[in-house]
Write a protein that binds this ligand. Structure first.
Ligand code: ADP
Ligand code: BMX
Ligand code: ZN
Length: 292
């Protein structure tokens, strides 16, 4: 089986052999339909002889067709028959699942501990979430379950750009995603910055970057508090390049101190690191009817 993790910034791929990843590779996520078709063709040549393709993908999926929650993340794909495109590229069956839901399943099945009620949250291009409740992956009948990036954070982004690409105001994703950090810093400092530079500025003591990251951490802590009072979680695992960047988890834990003890859920870095989505997809797809 071939497993893919298609995010807003990168596409990761690996063969899934005997419950492990083999030959893992990564490409930038294309930003035009033509570039996507080229990347797909390149991946098909890189991994010949595949009998099943299982893709964890940012956005909503009914298992066959892809659509966006945040219309700004991959604008050219809305309504795209992604599973058919994968089937055509490899001439084999394919399945799809949301990326954060796949990662949540990976963390539950293959992490060091198996808490029955687990939230995986990724701070990455967007902010995604996946829920395992009573030991079962909760996708929801529309694939929407766990989309914590689109809960209202109660805080406004510092650049005044309050409307998220999903249509709501002041979403967590509009404050704490890599895209949001870069957007706010670029506006406030008047020069282009990416999320990596915002972290570098923070560690160098730059005031605007520190304020942005502390506010992002505060928004994450609030959203985790909301999820915890709603679901009584045993644990939260944090992933994504922003979530796993040095200092982020400590800033979130620090922000949790402002909440009443009952609203503070234990947060730890994803046991599977950046591979949670790929590994989760391997385990999840292996359990599907007809899987090799
Ligand atoms: P994807 O969203 O495709 O799953 P990532 O988890 O790598 O990919 O998240 C991409 C986001 O993380 C981008 O906004 C990028 O600028 C940011 N990012 C990547 N590396 C770092 C880093 N070392 N520190 C902070 N932010 C990072
Ligand atoms: C967005 C949404 C989620 C996704 C999350 C993290 C889209 C295209 N995606 O909230 O489905 O899980 O981003 O995605 O609407 P990533 O690209 O940052 O990994
Ligand atoms: Zn939103």
């Amino acid at each position: 089986m071939l497993v893919l993790d298609i995010g807003g910034t990168k596409v990761a791929a690996a063969r899934w052999v005997d419950g492990r990843l083999q030959d893992r590779r990564q490409w930038p996520m294309p930003i035009t339909p033509e570039a996507w078709r080229q990347t797909l063709a390149l991946m098909a040549t890189t991994y010949p002889g595949v009998s099943w393709v299982a893709a964890a993908v940012t956005g909503l999926t009914d298992g066959r067709v892809w659509s966006a929650v945040n219309q700004q993340l991959i604008s050219f794909w809305d309504g795209y028959a992604l599973a058919d495109a994968l089937t055509q590229a490899w001439r084999c069956p394919s399945v799809l699942l949301n990326d954060a839901q796949a990662a949540a399943w990976g963390e539950f099945v293959a992490g060091e501990r198996q808490p029955a009620n687990l939230l995986f949250i990724t701070l990455s291009t967007g902010v995604g979430g996946g829920l395992v409740l009573d030991g079962q992956l909760r996708s929801g009948s529309r694939g929407l379950a766990g989309h914590i990036g689109h809960v209202g954070s109660g805080l406004a982004p510092l650049d005044g750009d309050t409307r998220c690409g999903c249509g709501r105001l002041n979403c967590l994703e509009a404050l704490a995603s890599g895209t949001a950090l870069a957007r706010q810093a670029t506006h406030l400092l008047g020069r282009p910055l990416d999320a990596e530079s915002v972290f570098a500025g923070w560690h160098a003591g730059e005031a605007v970057c520190s304020r942005l990251l502390e506010r992002a951490a505060q928004a994450v802590a609030q959203a985790l508090g909301d999820a915890h009072v709603l679901l009584d979680l045993d644990e939260v695992r944090l992933g994504g390049s922003v979530g796993l960047a040095p200092g982020m988890i400590d800033a979130i834990k620090q922000a949790q101190q402002a909440l009443p003890a009952r609203c503070r859920v234990a947060v730890s870095p994803a046991c599977l690191g950046a591979d949670a989505g790929l590994i989760g997809m391997g385990h999840w797809a292996s359990g599907r009817p007809g899987a090799p």
